[in-house]
Design a protein around this ligand. Sequence first.
Ligand SMILES: CC(=O)N[C@H]1[C@@H](OP(=O)(O)OP(=O)(O)OC[C@H]2O[C@@H](n3ccc(=O)[nH]c3=O)[C@H](O)[C@@H]2O)O[C@H](CO)[C@@H](O)[C@@H]1O
Ligand SMILES: C=C(OP(=O)(O)O)C(=O)O
Length: 417
Amino acid sequence: MEKLIIEGGRPLEGRIRVSGSKNAALPILMASLAVDGPVTYTNVPNLRDINTTLRLLELLGCATTFENGVVTVTPGTLVPEAPYELVKTMRASVLCLGPLLARLCEARVSLPGGCAIGSRPVDLHIKALEKMGATFDLDAGYIYGKCDGLHGAHIQFDFPTVGGTENLLMAAALAEGETVLINAAREPEVVDLANFLIACGAKISGHGTSIITIEGVKRLSGCEYRIMPDRIEAGTYLCAAAITDGEIFLEDCPVFELEAVIAKLREMGVYIEEREGGVLARRNGGGIHGVDVVTLPFPGFPTDMQAQLMALMCLAKGSGMIKETIFENRFMHVQELKRMGASITLDGRSAMVRGVAGLIGAPVMASDLRASASLVLAGLAAEGTTEVQRIYHLDRGYENIEQKLEAVGARIRREQE
Ligand SMILES: CC(=O)N[C@H]1[C@@H](OP(=O)(O)OP(=O)(O)OC[C@H]2O[C@@H](n3ccc(=O)[nH]c3=O)[C@H](O)[C@@H]2O)O[C@H](CO)[C@@H](O)[C@@H]1O
Ligand SMILES: C=C(OP(=O)(O)O)C(=O)O
């Protein structure tokens, strides 16, 4: 196992290019299964989850290549089974359910199970696919779905599930007739998937709103598609500029997609300026102020930025309350931040963060992807040395993180534990 060693207390200054989005790339790569022809994707981040997805696509019958941010996927004879060994390492694997059912009328996909941040149920995906004519059995930890062809349906989601909306978009793109998704997720990554499907010939409207209409087509054909930039990676580096009292220009930084994060950072006293080709972030002269934050579906504040914002808030003047409403256990970073001197009190789904004057480097354990990012941020600001252990979580979601941080002045290196 590898760990990151960070010598903190240095302001970061310079430019960082935002990579392609993991949470957009995973469903869009999976959508290759719905496409009848070769697809070329650009701006694909080199991440562990992307490589897992390519392995899964190969097991499912596609040929893939990946070089310099460009992925090609050429579908062959598809196989309907996604095995536990791959699904357990990556929740996004369940997104092959929709396209496989649409193409093969059957799919056997391991149930994703929970993960450190909470249970990751897929009942809303299943319920919606049943409305389109699929039936499901549970067999040895696998969901086995079959149908005699999917038909359009009006689907009312109980919650605007991101993964559920994505699975249904892929299934409905090839179903017979019209599907309407009501209370659909509005996340930018859902919009990117819809735009990809449209580029392949799908008929979709309303994506980006809570009502999406899909008119099924007979086949989707290959195209070339650029994955959107990663709003969560970008938000993490905005926090890095603020927490180290530095100045970072983020190239290819999405702005509309990051509005809730940018608004919170400005409220905390971070200066953020949109410029041609990117976004500049630095402190606004003074310190950082504590603010209250509630995680919500888009366009609310994203759960994927909660841990990073908490790291920044640890050093604020005053206190702030962070409420996590999406995942029941997404506060694993709290105990580790406390080991570095943070003052945080947990009460169920809320965390009261009282700002302290400084953090102190310590060995800390990463428990999940964004918790890892928050510990890296804390380490960059802390006095002394921080060792972030179990960084394989970080490698699921941050491309070249230590190279990017080193290039703006961080002292950070990777070592074997
Ligand atoms: C709304 C939201 O912020 N979704 C996030 C979620 O997407 P992801 O697709 O993983 O999760 P969903 O959006 O589907 O789930 C959000 C909530 O709905 C519940 N649920 C979901 C599906 C289901 O069938 N049954 C059910 O009860 C989940 O337990 C969770 O509380 O994690 C991703 C990785 O962190 C983020 O990028 C997404 O932004
Ligand atoms: C938790 C995350 O991802 P995943 O859904 O792949 O676990 C994330 O991107 O923060």
